[in-house]
Design a protein around this ligand. Structure first.
Ligand SMILES: *[C@@H]1O[C@H](CO)[C@@H](O)[C@H](O)[C@H]1NC(C)=O
Ligand SMILES: *[C@@H]1O[C@H](CO)[C@@H](O)[C@H](O)[C@H]1NC(C)=O
Ligand SMILES: *[C@@H]1O[C@H](CO)[C@@H](O)[C@H](O)[C@H]1NC(C)=O
Ligand SMILES: *[C@@H]1O[C@H](CO)[C@@H](O)[C@H](O)[C@H]1NC(C)=O
Ligand SMILES: *[C@@H]1O[C@H](CO)[C@@H](O)[C@H](O)[C@H]1NC(C)=O
Ligand SMILES: *[C@@H]1O[C@H](CO)[C@@H](O)[C@H](O)[C@H]1NC(C)=O
Ligand SMILES: *[C@@H]1O[C@H](CO)[C@@H](O)[C@H](O)[C@H]1NC(C)=O
Ligand SMILES: *[C@@H]1O[C@H](CO)[C@@H](O)[C@H](O)[C@H]1NC(C)=O
Ligand SMILES: *[C@@H]1O[C@H](CO)[C@@H](O)[C@H](O)[C@H]1NC(C)=O
Ligand SMILES: *[C@@H]1O[C@H](CO)[C@@H](O)[C@H](O)[C@H]1NC(C)=O
Ligand SMILES: *[C@@H]1O[C@H](CO)[C@@H](O)[C@H](O)[C@H]1NC(C)=O
Length: 457
């Protein structure tokens, strides 16, 4: 009982220690720099104050007059909602609108432009959408390519509908809503939206036309967008960020582009490079000593797949098994298995033991037989003058001896009599025994012996 109580105490202490050691929040900002603006955490290379960010493109302006404070990209009106170290910047961007009432055009943000000095609009995460029943929208983009400027492209969407009942409730099908994918490498774009008929005849359900780039995951068309988006100013969009102008291959020619315990990789979209902590490390790969070893064994967020014992190592961990077990100790591997060889050893041990015992018994039995035979011989000599029996015995044993003499087991004369038994000649002696009225079951014992010796050879 006391042992169990102590074990429990130890377990609790262990858990406390684990909780304390699993807690380290990896620093994400430079020492002395703010790593947060309102709800948004700001990892280096981004930063809010002087000396806290890496080049002007990584400046985040934190405006405290909002509650919670809002983060803006550089000095723009683009709201930043999330920054990932994987090279994604989640922002909110004004949408382009063109609205009408019976008197005509009422208000518009037309056209909307976005100029990202170095960053790229993510083609993988966003789509271009226009909404309205009297809508002509276009996206003109500028492709950022090393060594060239002004590679313009344009894509457009026109949609027109004269009744709400043809607009599907929740699919952007081309009726009242049009969507298209984005090109890679767009760092500057302009959205424009206008109408052909001033929305006349459809003002009750489609007073406006809208055009925007939106994070695809966050867009579910609903026909109510036709009138509800009138009150929405900004929608979410994803921007790809990277460091520098050159790829890993170029940058790593001279220096190691990334810090220790991290590795360089090229972004899917745009130029520059990114860094990532090596497997088994976590932290901010853009800070010196930013990537630290994960203690997989105690970290609550890591599912170390050990069935029994887990040992942390730098950059990895190992699973092991208790004594008497073997295997890799991994849940998705062999796990821990009771040593099969031990079982076999015990089985073999028992087998050998039994065999030895059997042989011992048999040898004892033989010894007794030999002794008995001698006694019998003596008795016959005494009673019947012996000579006759001796002749009889030698006649009987003769062929057996000759046979056995050639047998490899028989190296010297001392074995002769035993060999005789082993070669089966003993059956005659069994008969002899039976005449003498002693042992039964001897042949079966002898068969045992033959088998075990035969098996042993
Ligand atoms: C920001 O924090 C406030 C409370 O502090 C919360 O109500 C709000 O949902 C958060 N917004 C985001 C985008 O996380
Ligand atoms: C913060 O936002 C308010 C309201 O939009 C604006 O008037 C103010 O100039 C901003 N402050 C900074 C430092 O950008
Ligand atoms: C149309 O909107 C303008 C500006 O908002 C307003 O002055 C005008 O009265 C509106 N006309 C009608 C018919 O609602
Ligand atoms: C759209 O939804 C309404 C109810 O919300 C339903 O009556 C109508 O049939 C739906 N239309 C389509 C095309 O799904
Ligand atoms: C749309 O309204 C403008 C004024 O806002 C007017 O000049 C134009 O003629 C109208 N066009 C149509 C097709 O009604
Ligand atoms: C979009 O619709 C799908 C299916 O109707 C739903 O599972 C998903 O959560 C919706 N997404 C958003 C952002 O509303
Ligand atoms: C990237 O290239 C631009 C000119 O294209 C240059 O002004 C800038 O200094 C370069 N930045 C880096 C980090 O090399
Ligand atoms: C590499 O070093 C050479 C000279 O040492 C220099 O000219 C070149 O610009 C450097 N390249 C990069 C990518 O820093
Ligand atoms: C960790 O160790 C396991 C087993 O030794 C190995 O398969 C795996 O590749 C290692 N992981 C890393 C990141 O080194
Ligand atoms: C690499 O990780 C180890 C283990 O966490 C740490 O001790 C070391 O300081 C790191 N090295 C660098 C250069 O970050
Ligand atoms: C544990 O196993 C799961 C499923 O095989 C795997 O996805 C996960 O990466 C493993 N965890 C570790 C730390 O190796």
């Amino acid at each position: 009982m006391r042992v169990r109580g102590m074990a429990l105490q130890l377990a609790i202490i262990g858990m406390l220690v684990a909780a304390v050691t699993a807690a380290p929040e990896f620093p994400i900002a430079k020492p002395g720099c703010s790593d947060r603006c309102g709800n948004v955490s700001i990892p280096y290379p981004f930063g809010t104050g002087p000396g806290c960010y890496r080049g002007s493109r990584f400046l985040i302006t934190c405006n405290d007059s909002f509650n919670p404070p809002k983060a803006f990209l550089t000095t723009s009106t683009i709201t930043v909602t999330e920054i990932t170290l994987g090279g994604k910047l989640h922002v909110e961007k004004y949408i382009a609108k063109d609205c009408y009432n019976a008197s005509g055009r009422t208000r518009s943000f037309n056209p909307t432009t976005l100029q990202l000095a170095k960053f790229i609009v993510s083609d993988a995460d966003n789509i271009f959408v226009s909404i309205g029943c009297d809508t002509v929208a276009s996206l003109s983009g500028n492709l950022k390519e090393a060594g060239s400027t002004g590679n313009e492209y344009e894509v457009g969407c026109t949609s027109s509908c004269n009744s709400l009942k043809y607009v599907p409730n929740d699919t952007c099908s081309g009726i009242g809503c049009c969507r298209t994918s984005l090109a890679k490498g767009v760092n500057r774009f302009a959205l424009s939206v206008t109408s052909q008929k001033n929305h006349s005849g459809i003002l009750d359900f489609s007073p406006c036309s809208y055009a925007f780039i939106i994070e695809e995951k966050k867009f579910n068309f609903s026909k109510s967008y036709l009138w509800e988006l009138k009150n929405v100013d900004k929608l979410p969009m994803v921007v790809d960020w990277s460091i520098g102008n050159n790829s890993c291959a170029e940058v790593t020619k001279n220096t190691s582009a990334c810090q220790g315990n991290s590795t360089c990789y090229d972004p899917d979209n745009g130029n520059g490079y990114l860094c990532r902590c090596l497997d088994g490390y976590r932290g901010n790969p853009y800070l010196p000593n930013g990537c630290l070893d994960i203690d997989e064994c105690t970290d609550a967020t890591v599912n170390h797949n050990c069935t029994h014992h887990c040992t942390n190592s730098v950059g990895n961990y190992t699973c092991s098994c208790p004594k008497g077990y073997h295997g890799d100790g991994r849940k998705n591997g062999d796990g821990c298995i009771r040593r099969r060889s031990l079982v076999i050893q015990i089985a073999v041990g028992i087998g050998v033991g039994l065999t030895s015992l059997l042989m011992g018994i048999t040898w004892l039995f033989w010894g007794y037989k030999k002794w008995k035979l001698v006694k019998l011989k003596e008795k016959f000599f005494r009673q019947n003058g012996g000579l006759m029996l001796e002749q009889q015995l030698s006649r009987r044993e003769g062929p057996g001896l000759r046979t056995s003499a050639k047998h490899p087991w028989t190296n010297d004369e001392s074995n002769v009599e035993e060999t005789e038994y082993l070669l089966g000649k003993s059956m005659e002696i069994v008969g002899f025994e039976e005449m003498a009225g002693t042992s039964v079951g001897y042949p079966s014992l002898q068969n045992h012996l033959m088998q075990s010796l035969g098996g042993g050879r």
